[in-house]
Write a protein that binds this ligand. Structure first.
Ligand code: FES
Ligand code: FES
Length: 164
């Protein structure tokens, strides 16, 4: 068996910026985001694809950063929670999570917010069933989920109002 050791230089497009980074072949995207780039909004929950806390967007689609090797992420645009809003202006989804009390410890929140943003980009008026489907795989130990679902519905209403 061939063993791959030693760092590789890779290019990652993160939140609209291009980064050149030296990474071990086995390093995950989650590790690189948190440990090399200081983007700690992407949470390290289970590390095994079970909790959704490490969710980022890749070309607009939610992906689990703990299951991806950083070297395999060179051809896509990655968005983390730090890149979602511009400046200090929160997005409608972020505002709705705050207003509905859908944030308690906040550990699940970045993943929930990114998954919600992706959902509402594709489907601005999701049904409750569609919201639950989009957020399945995101574990929250604090809010009991009802407030999160209300937040998604409120964000949907805000966004729909804003474009009409
Ligand atoms: S840390 Fe990736 S799914 Fe839990
Ligand atoms: S707010 Fe604490 S895990 Fe969801």
């Amino acid at each position: 068996m061939v063993e791959y050791t030693g760092k590789r230089l890779i290019q990652l497009n993160i939140n609209g910026e291009q980064f050149s980074l030296a990474v071990e072949p086995q390093e995950t995207l989650l590790e690189v985001l948190r440990n090399q780039l200081g983007l700690t909004g992407t949470k390290d929950g289970c590390g095994t694809g079970e909790c959704g806390a490490c969710t980022v967007l890749m070309d607009g689609k939610p992906q689990l950063a703990c299951l991806l090797l950083a070297i395999d992420c060179q051809q896509v645009k990655i968005t983390t929670i730090e890149g979602l809003s511009t400046g200090r202006q929160l997005t409608s989804v972020q505002e709705a999570f705050l207003e509905e009390g859908a944030v308690q410890c906040g550990f699940c929140t970045p993943g929930m917010v990114l998954a919600t943003s992706a959902l509402l980009t594709e489907n601005s008026r999701p049904s409750e069933k569609e919201i639950k489907k989009a957020l399945e795989g995101h574990l929250c130990r604090c809010t009991g989920y009802n407030k999160i679902i209300s937040a998604v519905q409120q964000a949907s209403a805000k966004m729909t109002r804003n474009v009409t």
